[in-house]
Each structure stands twice: as C-alpha cells, then as structure tokens.
Design a protein around this ligand. Structure first.
Ligand code: ZN
Length: 512
C-alpha cells in the first residue's frame, strides 16, 4: 500500500510543492544565520527585507488552495496507511500546518510582524535605560495582538492556541496542574539546598583563554557525536542552532574568558539540539517532517546532553584530567570533586539564563503564570513589573535590582508575543529526565559508557527512539512510546533529589 502512495501523482505533487516551500524557508534561515554570525551591521535593513520577502513567498505558496485540495484528495491514504508511515505522517502533519496557516489572515500577520520589530527595538533601548515605561505601550499592543491571534482558533483557554503553535497537544488544563505540582515540590528542595553551606565555585571564574576553551569544547562535542562533516560551529552573541538540511546543521557559541561554564555548557546544549537535527531520517529530508517534534521535545534533547551528561559526575571523571592538562595554572589544585560541585552549584538568582538546573523551572513558571494572567485579563501590563517582583520574592526570595534584571530580562514578550513563550523550557527539563531515566533503565550500560567517555550507546538509543522520527509523532505520543508512560514530574524530581542530596550532603524533603 505504501508503494502505491509513493507513486500516487498527487502525493508526488504535494511533496514537490512542500520541498520548494522548504527551500524558500531554509534560504531565509541561511540569511538569518549569516546576519547573526558574519554580516556587517550595515546590512541590517536590507537583510530584514530579504528575509521577509522569502518568508512571504513561502507563506503564499503554502496557503495556496491547491495544497488544501491535494491534502483533501490524499485523505484516503492518510486513513488507510499505517499511522507512522512516512506518507500518512506527511499528509497528517501537513494538514495540521495548513489548517493552522490559513486561519490567520496574512494582513494580520504582516501587521503583527511590523509591530514586533518596533517593539523589539524599543525593548533594547528600554532595557539599556532600565525604564519599563518606554516599552509598556508596545507590550500592551503585543498583548492585544496575541489575544487576537489566539481568537482565530477554537480554544478552551485563550493561551491554548499560542501554546499549541510550538508544543502541539499541550494545553493550559494539562500544564497548569503539572507546573503547580512541580512548583510545590521544588520550593522546599530549593529551600533545603540554599540553606546548606554554599559551594565555592570561584575556580570557574578565573582567566580561561578563549582559544583553549574552544579547543576543549571541540574535543567534547566531537566525542559526544556531533558530525563536523555535516555541521559547523561559529561564534555569536546569543548561541543558537540552525538546520539547513539534515547534512548541514550549525551551532553557535559565545565565550567569556572570565567564566569557564558559559561556553562549554551552552555548546553542549546546542549540540543536543544539533544531534537531534542530524539524526532525523534522510527519508524525511525536504518535508515538514524533517524537524523536531515540538519545542519541549527539542529542549529535552539539549537539556539531556547539557545536564544529565555534561554535568554528570562520571563525565568529569573521564574528561577532567584532560581539562586540567589544558588549564594547568587554573585547575591543578582543584580536585574533580570540587570541580563537579562547582559546576552544579545551586543559588537563588534573578536571571533565568544563569540559573542552575534546580531553580531554573521556578523562573520559567513565574513567566508562564504571568503570561496566563495577562491573557486572561487578570493582570494589566502596567502592573506586570510589580507582579514579577512579588513572585520573585515569594519563589526565589529576592527582588531584582531593576526592571532590566527583572521583567525586561528576556526578549520573548518584547520581540515575539505573549503566550506559549516559556512552557517549552520546563517541559524540556521534565521530558529530558523522563527520557534519560527510560534510556538507562533500558540499557544500564549507557551510564557506564558516559563514565568512559563513550556516548555511542546513548546517542544510538536517542537516534533510534527519538531523532529519526522527526515530526512524525507529537510530544505526548513520543513520550508515551519512548517511556511507556505519559508526561510526569516524578522522574525530574527523582533526578534532582538523587543528584543534589549527594552534592550537598543532604537528606532532601521526601516527595513521591
Ligand atoms: Zn535550547
């Protein structure tokens, strides 16, 4: 049956059209990569226009009624072929994307994009001047437009469609109780850890020359399995991963010479995203299936490699002698135990991106709750800074020094929209723990491999169970398939309790 569909002219036409659309989108992506890596700043204005033109062409081609007709004609194949066959998956996923794309009028999207560009510029200025009032009217408009965007879709909660754009199948009714439970369990753990004697992590803040940091990072990511024949690494102010095809996946890195952790862990994080993209089955190339399943699943892969592997004791038993050899002056008197504790120090801090893996989700949940309150009309934008500071006081015991370190620290609400912006980070952490636990249960050799600097078993397992499928499965489907259970906070809480009771010599609050 599968062979018939491959020869079906309408299926071939759909694939051809999708491949052309993909080419336009990837070309825009290359221009964006160039802009953030090597382009001289003089090119900014023209580059914005060039990217917008390509995206507009891609959108026009995708919302062409012919695509809708082809999908309609192919409906019988979608029903009769196996659910996870490439053909049925392609038709199903494309239909979801198509139905979503045609609901939003293109004039609305153009208006929203223009507003986002101005709002972003104003945020950059307001942040540097530490003056929220400058960006407040723009955020009010963004909130209004975000609500309007959501209103184009049927929904139970106004945030549901915005969450669904990036984390399909996730809704406020699933996430709110999950996150509330997580917060209730994390707060006493964070309290117990931060009441213990603090860890001395000064060894990480010495002078670490850039070239040597990059050289060590290169060794690590090659060992982990990043394929330099099908990818490259460049420098940018804000690290990210771009995939232009399964054979060309690029990561970027930033290096601070006075902070050892920044470059290495953000590099391993991006490599986690990149391994996912490099591991997608070649059969899916050039189609909407050749991407990660969702924002939460993608983030789970970066966090798994960054935290469960990169901040793992066994990993450093293996790599630390090599690191000490490179940074003899800085680390010769620091034992592997001291180094391991330093890179896992837990502290209450005002900035999300600097947060350790224990407090990190508290930062995310503050944003998630405030987003919902704004969308529900329960929190006015002018009251946002106060609400932000109050919640930081309750959850993290501190009040940011100013709004730039507080409510204006993340670009999301100012350069994108209000709604669906943050849940993917916490989902990523939860899913990472659940998947890692399942992988080690499936094959205990995986964790012994990490201690020997052999990541092949883990890499192969992830490729087989997650990477190769691209977008065939939604996040919920994938989690159930891979772990045999639906999404739960329990594996993450177990992971945190095991790891940190050991690091901080504590008997952490017992939670199920
Ligand atoms: Zn990430």
């Amino acid at each position: 049956m599968s062979t018939i569909s491959l020869c079906e002219p309408k299926y071939l036409e759909l694939k051809n059209r999708l491949s052309q659309i993909q080419d336009l989108e990837v070309a825009a992506c290359v221009l964006n990569w160039d802009q953030t890596t090597y382009m001289p700043t003089g090119g900014t204005y023209a580059r914005g226009r060039q990217i917008a033109t390509l995206k507009e062409f891609a959108h026009e081609k995708f919302t062409d009624p012919t695509i809708g007709q082809l999908l309609e004609d192919l409906r019988p194949y979608e029903k009769s072929l196996p659910y996870d066959s490439t053909e049925a998956s392609l038709i199903r996923v494309t239909r979801r994307d198509y139905e979503r794309a045609i609901r939003v009028p293109s004039e609305f999207m153009a208006k929203f994009c223009q507003h986002q560009a101005v709002s972003y510029e104003t945020w950059v200025k307001a942040k540097s001047l530490k003056d929220f009032s400058l960006v407040q009217p723009y955020l009010e408009k963004t909130l209004e437009l975000s609500r309007e965007l959501a209103s184009f879709f049927p929904h139970q909660h106004i945030a549901d469609p915005l969450i669904d754009f990036v984390d399909e199948g996730m809704t406020v009714s699933i996430l709110r109780p999950l996150f509330n439970e997580l917060r209730q369990k994390l707060l006493p753990i964070v309290e117990a850890i931060t009441s213990a004697p603090p860890i001395d992590d000064s060894c990480l803040y010495q002078h670490y020359p850039k070239e040597q940091q990059l050289k060590f990072g290169h060794t690590v990511i090659e060992r982990v399995g990043f394929d330099f024949q099908r990818g490259r690494q460049d420098e940018t102010p804000h690290p990210f991963t771009s995939s232009f095809s399964i054979g060309d996946v690029r990561i970027t890195t930033r290096v601070y010479e006075d902070n050892f952790t920044e470059a290495l862990f953000s590099t391993i994080h991006e490599v986690g995203h990149a391994l996912y993209e490099q591991g997608i089955s070649l059969e899916l190339e050039g189609t909407p299936l050749a991407e990660g399943s969702s924002s939460g699943i993608h983030e789970s892969q970066s966090r798994l490699w960054e935290n469960m592997v990169g901040r793992n004791r066994g990993f450093w038993e293996c790599f630390y002698p090599q690191l000490q050899g490179i940074f003899l002056k800085q680390l010769s008197h620091v034992s592997v135990s001291e180094f391991y504790r330093a890179i896992n120090k837990v502290a209450k801090s005002p900035i999300r991106t600097d947060a350790d893996e224990v407090t990190y989700n508290l930062h995310v949940m503050i944003r998630f709750d405030l987003e919902l309150a704004m969308l529900e009309g329960k929190l006015a934008v002018q009251d946002l800074p106060e609400a932000w500071n109050e919640r930081y006081k309750t959850d993290l015991g501190l009040v940011p020094a100013n709004d730039s370190e507080g409510v204006m620290q993340d670009v999301h609400w100012y350069g994108d929209m209000v709604g669906g912006m943050f849940q993917g980070y916490t989902l990523g952490n939860l899913i990472a723990a659940q998947i890692y636990e399942a992988s080690v249960k499936f094959d205990p050799e995986i964790s012994f491999g990490i201690e020997r600097g052999n990541f092949t078993l883990l890499h192969k397992w992830l490729k087989h169970n997650i990477y190769q499928h691209g977008r065939k499965y939604t996040a919920n489907e994938l989690i159930n398939r891979v772990t045999g259970k639906s999404l739960s906070i329990a594996p993450f809480i177990r992971y945190i309790q095991d790891k940190y009771s050991n690091i901080y010599h504590l008997k952490l609050p017992i939670v199920a």
